[in-house]
Design a protein around this ligand. Structure first.
Ligand code: NAD
Ligand code: WQD
Length: 366
């Protein structure tokens, strides 16, 4: 018997596909909704290749309420939603803000409305450490606890902050309205998961991040330098007040992150807390130079880089205080930075065309 059935929006994307995989491995059934804007249906095949179970897949846009209604109607056993579908490029969000508000905020509203019509009342939402903005503007807020005031510095971050508010208001209203009407209300629950810097791939080497366009995150760019697709990494500033002058981030293996979603889902079911926010990070910060060193180590050679100006909007330090998630969710990161680097290298080295090629036979036999 399945533990439950989870609708995973954005489930062919990077974090969504790993979470779908881990859900299946934990005996949940999975229904994926994705419009394939930044992903490929091949992710569904790779999930099945790894765990022997295949999620259902619907090519539906999350802003399309009628499309979502059809998915819920055809899968009445869905009891929870994990909502990943979104646009996520920080730079682009400043260029086309209306599109970011339409898809990210509008898509979340459409999803919540459709969920309510089908009596699906648990949602786990992909928020981001970016909601905190520059936490160094406060004394003693590094590592960052959940009670650090939010203050996003870009449009993408503002969409995430806004969606947190939308989910909170909606779930509180559902609980209050049902309570007043003497109806069950405790089943309405939400988890706002603030991810720090997700990275890494599946250790099998057959599943990893495969964005449709040019990557902009540090590790995928380093991967491209290692495979020769990019001449060098541009290091955005070495004049930060850190131990080596480069900015500090909390890198978390995508499989640990996926586990955090399973833990949050379980917590919502067991404790029915209303809406809660949790940081998902390791609690350890690494500088850009430390990341270059760690990745160069697994690749086995030096990787070329050049220090340039700071990137606009970057902050000095985004390191999580994950104590609340550790305590309440019984979750903590298990994998190391070295695991993330080794897994990423196995993925990019073996699959230079990502999901547009079959994985090498040697990996399939392993
Ligand atoms: P991703 O782009 O790989 O995955 C997002 C998925 O959503 C893609 O498969 C895309 O095709 C889909 N999608 C986009 N618009 C859609 C729409 N209108 N309808 C249906 N599907 C749509 O990104 P990811 O890195 O896996 O991120 C997943 C979630 O986590 C996003 O909400 C993102 O904002 C959040 N997040 C990501 C990071 C990160 O660094 N990767 C950090 C914090 C939070
Ligand atoms: C990491 C560090 C860069 C590229 C972003 C989003 C955030 C979240 C995760 C979604 C920084 C430096 C990077 C390069 C570099 N996403 N860097 N050269 O900016 O911490 O977070 O992704 O929610 O919202 O803002 O991640 O991987 O881009 O950068 O020196 O070519 O690497 O300056 O210090 P970031 P990142």
């Amino acid at each position: 018997m399945a533990v439950g059935t989870v609708l995973v929006t954005g489930g062919t994307g990077y974090i969504g596909s790993f979470t779908a995989l881990v859900l299946l491995q934990n005996d949940y059934n999975v229904v994926i909704v994705d419009n394939l804007y930044n992903s490929s249906k091949v992710a569904v095949d790779r999930i099945e290749l790894i765990c022997g179970r295949r999620p259902a897949f619907y090519e539906v846009d999350v802003t399309d309420e009628a499309g979502l209604d059809k998915v819920f109607a055809e899968n009445p056993e869905i009891d929870s939603v994990i909502h990943f579908a979104a646009l996520k490029a920080v730079g682009e969000s400043g260029e086309i803000p209306l599109e970011y508000y339409r898809v990210n905020v509008g898509g979340s509203i459409a999803l919540l409305r459709s969920m309510a019509r089908h009596n699906v009342s648990n949602i786990v939402f992909s928020s981001s450490a970016t909601v905190y903005g520059d936490a160094t503007r406060f004394p003693n807020m590094i590592p960052i606890p959940e009670h650090c005031p939010v203050g996003p510095t870009n449009t993408y971050g503002r969409t995430k902050t806004m969606i947190e508010t939308v989910i909170t208001d909606h779930i509180e209203a559902q609980r209050n309205n049902n309570k007043k009407a003497g109806k069950p209300y405790e089943q309405w629950n939400g988890a706002l998961l603030r991810y720090f810097n997700p990275c890494g791939s599946h250790p099998s080497g057959v599943m990893g991040e495969d964005p449709q366009g040019v990557p902009f995150n540090l590790l995928p760019l380093l991967g491209q330098v290692a495979t020769g697709q990019r001449e060098k990494l541009l290091v955005y500033g070495d004049d930060y007040p850190s131990r080596d002058g480069t900015a500090i981030r909390d890198y978390i293996h995508v499989l640990d992150l996926a586990d955090g979603h399973i833990a949050a889902l379980k917590y919502l079911r067991e404790h029915k807390p209303g809406v809660r926010a949790w940081n998902l990070g390791s609690g350890r910060g690494s500088t850009v130079f430390e990341m270059i060193k760690a990745f160069s180590h697994v690749v086995g050679r030096d990787l070329k880089y050049e220090v340039v100006e700071r990137r606009q909007g970057d902050v000095l330090d985004l390191t999580a205080n994950p104590a609340l998630a550790n305590k309440e969710l019984g979750w903590e990161t298990k994998l190391t930075l070295e695991d993330a680097c080794a897994d990423l290298w196995r993925w990019v080295d073996n699959n230079p065309k990502g999901y547009r090629q079959d994985p090498p036979a040697a990996l399939l036999e392993a």
